[in-house]
Design a binder for this molecule. Structure first.
Ligand code: EPZ
Length: 427
């Protein structure tokens, strides 16, 4: 079982390249199912989750290749996908259970082939993760759905027909599934109360590059004029705003000074706003963002996670690690997922003073965390423990690091290059 060993206290300095966004890459990969032409995605992150989706898409008959560095030779990965002939329309449980974003093949397969069978993704560490919003919206486009033995069986023998859809609550995945399905539906689809995450904007822009007709991009009201078919495209994936925030906190929690290369500040405002209140300094520099912090000045704040453009739930665990040593009492309310505080008991093992009241964690800042053996439970909880270990006195051992490999490209190498005393160990 692999683990990460950190000796805390090194101030991070230098430059780290931000990878392409995991949560944009996954829907963009699924969009390849909508056309028989070649879809090329630049700035592609090589991760556990993207590898899982490569396996699933290959199982469905998509030809996939990895090209070398992109044209400007910046040593980024480029993936090419061609769904010329879809040989299977079933997404099996043993793949879907590994990565719930596999549900994103539902909309495109239904639109392209008129039939699809996808295992219900089931819950995960952070919550039950239902897909009722996806299913209800697809039904309103004319899909016939049946749930049998843990699988969703969806049919649209006469194709899908556009209509007005209002999501009862904001859902990133449901918005993405419906954008892809509606692109090939007959007529107009209006999506109200759509999620506005930058990853959805990336998907909409890529779909338009493939010939889709989408307006209202970036707003909560998306209008899709269905077209008969989509063609291939070459598209560059946007930088990962959650990886960006994670390295910003790595710099801040160690009192360091780090340049985040390729960071896209326009997708970060709620993060930079909250972190600036804590005392983190940001400076826009050539093709990136510089982050620095004076540890003595960390101030407590109160935050509630919200859909974009609010403070992202995917940064909740990371900012909690930083606030553990901020002066005063902070409060973090998790309003998106029902069980996303599993990093709390592990941070407390490192000396943090955190109590949970309902959906709110109350953090009383302490002068310094102490290194300890801790257990990773989900992707973002795991990285918050790494961040805490970077600042803690003594050694921290983070177990079950496979969670981290799902969503962070070369995390140990990137932190080591910034001066962290960190290594991977296989026991
Ligand atoms: C996406 O998950 C992200 N994953 C998550 O990132 C992120 O935390 C989440 O959006 C919120 O921003 C990917 O993009 C691959 P939702 P998704 O549908 O689409 C409930 C990470 O760490 N809901 O916006 O699954 C749901 O239970 C991951 O990178 C329903 O009730 O999130 C949750 O409480 C974790 N019914 C809330 O809505 C539905 O049909 C938001 O879920 C769908 C969702």
């Amino acid at each position: 079982m692999e683990r990460i060993i950190i000796s805390g206290g090194s101030r991070l300095n230098g430059t780290v390249r931000i990878s392409g966004s995991k949560n944009a890459a996954l829907p963009l990969m699924a969009a390849s199912l909508l056309t028989e032409d070649l879809l090329i995605l630049e700035n592609f992150p090589r991760l556990g989750d993207t590898d899982t989706l490569v396996k699933l898409l290959s199982h469905l008959g998509v030809e996939i290749g990895f090209d070398g560095p992109s044209e400007d030779n910046t040593f980024e990965s480029v993936i090419s996908l061609r769904a010329a002939g879809i040989t299977d329309t079933a997404a099996p449980y043993d793949i879907v259970r590994k990565m719930r974003a596999s549900i994103l093949v539902l909309g495109p397969l239904l639109a392209r082939c008129g039939r699809v069978t996808v295992s219900l993704p089931g819950g995960c560490a952070i919550g039950t993760r239902p897909v009722d919003l996806h299913l209800a919206a697809l039904e309103s486009l004319g899909a016939q759905l049946a749930l049998r033995k843990g699988y969703i069986h969806a049919r649209a023998p006469k194709g899908l027909t556009g209509t007005n859809i209002r999501f009862s609550s904001v859902s990133v995945g449901a918005t993405e599934n419906l954008l892809m399905a509606a692109s090939l539906a007959k007529g107009t689809t209006i999506l109200e109360n759509a999620a506005r995450e930058p990853e959805i904007t990336d998907l909409a822009q890529c779909l338009c590059a493939m010939g889709a007709n989408i307006s209202g991009i970036g707003t909560s009201r998306l209008v899709v004029e269905g077209v008969n078919s989509l063609h291939g495209a070459r598209y560059r994936i946007l930088p990962d705003r959650i990886e960006t925030g994670t390295y910003a906190i790595a710099a801040a929690i160690t009192g360091g000074d780090v340049k985040l290369l390729n960071a896209d500040k326009s997708t970060l405002h709620s993060q930079t706003e909250s972190l600036s209140q804590v005392g983190v300094n940001f400076k826009t520099v050539d093709n990136g963002l510089n982050v620095s912090c004076d540890l003595s000045g960390l101030k407590s704040i109160s935050i509630t996670t919200q859909p974009y453009p609010g403070f992202p739930t995917d940064m909740q665990a990371q900012i909690m690690a930083l606030l553990s040593t901020a002066r005063g009492t902070s409060a973090i309310s998790e309003a998106i997922f029902e069980n996303r505080f599993m990093h709390v008991p592990e941070l407390c093992r490192m000396g943090a003073d955190i109590t949970i009241r309902g959906t709110t964690a109350i953090i009383n800042g302490i002068p310094r965390l102490k290194g300890a053996p801790v257990m990773a439970t989900d992707l973002r909880a795991s990285v918050s423990l790494v961040l805490a270990g970077l600042a803690a006195e003594g050694q921290t051992v983070v177990n079950r690091v496979y969670h981290l490999d799902r969503g962070y490209e070369c995390l140990v190498e990137k932190l080591f290059a910034l001066g962290a005393d960190i290594r991977r160990d296989d026991v």
